[in-house]
Design a protein around this ligand. Sequence first.
Ligand code: MN
Length: 231
Amino acid sequence: MSYVFPPPEVVSVPVSGSALKYAAHRVYCVGRNYEEHAKEMGFTGREPPFFFLKPADSLVVVPAGETCTMPYPSLTKNLHHEVELVVAIGKAGKNILAKDAQAYIYGYALGLDMTRRDLQNDMKKQGRPWCIGKGFDHSAPIGPITPASQLPNIEKASIELSVDGVVRQTSTIEKLIWNIGEVIEHLSAAWELQPGDLIYTGTPEGVAAVVSGNVMTAKVTGLPDLTIKVL
Ligand code: MN
């Protein structure tokens, strides 16, 4: 039995302190999950979490200590950074309660939910899907995954993004509107989660544009820094 064409390689993310690789399955993202970011996007109040997806092959895997590159994407004049904590699911489950969610988490990583904001805004206005604004090629830089057992205080970690050394986004994971367990509860009611599923949990305030030549450095307490340059 052979294929019509060679099947694509499995997209995988390195695991900190290990030779193991984490094979990616789906990339889920949570919209507007920090109050101050919701406000800067023109929304107020606590609404139920909502989700969108990026293709697994839009991940740009950035090993610890390396500076990788992403091309400036087509069609946009307003490419935005969104620094996010990423949850890596380690076992299958559906209808998971928030209080049980920890058992389904393999680890955590730093991620950037890169966004063609002009295209996303056009789609919002027209009530159309966000795919073209969010799910483009190279739209999901991600750093190595650190096992959850090494990050007992992740819910209190700080999160930060700087561009060319200037801090643009800074907050703490405590400020998530829907915390990690609650996100997993809502998400797993809609989809059966699988090992390999990555969840970008939302970005704090301070999203802004980057241009060719900018170097973005993302930090979360306890995780290796993620550095990527826009070509
Ligand atoms: Mn986001």
